[in-house]
Ligand binder design. Structure first.
Ligand SMILES: Cc1ncc(C[n+]2csc(CCOP(=O)(O)OP(=O)(O)O)c2C)c(N)n1
Ligand SMILES: [Mg+2]
Length: 328
């Protein structure tokens, strides 16, 4: 799949956008939470799960999607939403619990919903997988060529909903693509202690669909595998599973001491960091210069800073609004 120069640069810029957003949140999160960790204090209350290191997956997949295609994310979904075209200001404001946030500040970082982008995510592990299958069933019944994508971690692949979803998607030949983000751990539990098979891609055969394992830290590898699976789904040929091997640089949540990670492991994975790796390639191919790389970083930093300012200056919802848009 040959991509135009502008599209390659867009893939790069989008990964930088996610990394910059996540690393900025990582710093802001601690405002007001030191010296004694109080999860409710500071501008960003609640738990925080960041996507740094996994950017190539969201970007390589969502580059093939249209706004009216459906994406179900996870508890670690800032990157998925940004890749789908999400607005940084409304996303940041949601993390701050502000009225201008995507869900008027009532969802917080794990419960992001954007109707215009057909995007939703939540904190129930594996919960988004059947949602994507439902969206795909609707697309098929309506005779549309849209596709649904479910992102989920390798830990979620042991939840019953994963297995039921793959089975239904396969027997009904639904236009859905399952993207397993294997970052080695579910909280602190390594995959070898929770999963009998070596690779989740092998499980696809048990449901009669194609399954591939790819380097999830190579944006072009993700782009190519996702392109095939999404095109197949749009043609009405049914679902696929893609297992993306990756690494989360940060803890499971901000504040996680990460004692379960062997020393040196992160350094090894950092050698495959999707962002400098793709920058090197684009520079080698004459598509970007070092100065372009620096300019892109500055531009993305500025966009994220504008989102932070917007969030800081936005009002909190009124107490009288607490029960609006809620099931009571
Ligand atoms: C149904 C359910 N069970 C348990 C949890 C607690 N929990 C939150 S994140 C997580 C681990 C998820 O691991 P994985 O699917 O690999 O995603 P990752 O965090 O690595 O991106 C667990 C068990 C939950 N939120 N929902
Ligand atoms: Mg995991």
């Amino acid at each position: 799949m040959a991509l135009a120069k502008e599209e390659l640069i867009k893939l790069y810029r989008s990964m930088v956008r996610i990394r910059t957003f996540e690393e900025t949140v990582a710093e802001l999160y601690w405002e007001g939470k030191t010296p004694v960790f109080n999860i409710a204090a500071g501008p960003i209350p609640g738990e925080m799960h960041l996507y740094s290191g996994e950017e190539a997956i969201a970007i390589g997949v969502c580059a093939h999607l249209r706004p009216d295609d459906f994406v179900a994310g996870t508890h670690r979904s800032h990157g998925h939403l940004i890749a789908k075209g999400g607005d940084l200001k409304r996303l940041m404001a949601e993390l701050f619990g502000k009225k201008t946030g995507l869900c008027q500040g009532k969802g917080g970082h794990m419960h992001l919903f954007d109707a215009a982008l057909h995007f939703g995510c939540g904190g129930i592990i594996g919960g988004g997988i059947p949602h994507a299958v439902g969206a795909a069933l609707a697309f098929k019944m309506q005779g549309r060529d849209n596709v649904a994508v479910a992102f989920f971690g390798e830990g979620a692949a042991n939840i019953g909903a994963f297995h039921e979803s793959l089975n239904l998607a396969a027997i009904w030949k639904l236009p859905v693509v399952f993207i397993c983000e294997d970052n080695l751990y579910a909280i602190s539990v390594p995959k070898a202690k929770s999963t009998a098979v070596r690779s989740n891609a092998e499980r696809a055969a048990g449901y009669g669909m194609p399954g591939v394992q790819i380097d999830g830290m190579d944006v072009m590898a993700v782009y190519e595998a996702a392109g095939e699976a999404i095109a197949r789904a749009r043609r009405g040929e049914g679902p696929s599973l893609i297992e993306c091997l990756c690494y989360r640089y940060r803890g499971h949540f901000e504040g996680d001491p990460q004692v379960y990670k062997p020393s040196g492991e992160e350094d090894e994975w950092r050698k495959k960091d999707p962002i400098p790796r793709f920058a090197d390639r684009l520079i080698r191919e004459g598509i970007l210069t070092q100065a372009d790389v620096e300019r892109i970083q500055q531009e993305e930093t500025s966009l994220v800073q504008q989102a932070v300012e917007f969030a800081r200056q936005s009002p909190y919802p009124e107490p009288t609004e607490a029960l609006q848009h809620a099931f009571v």
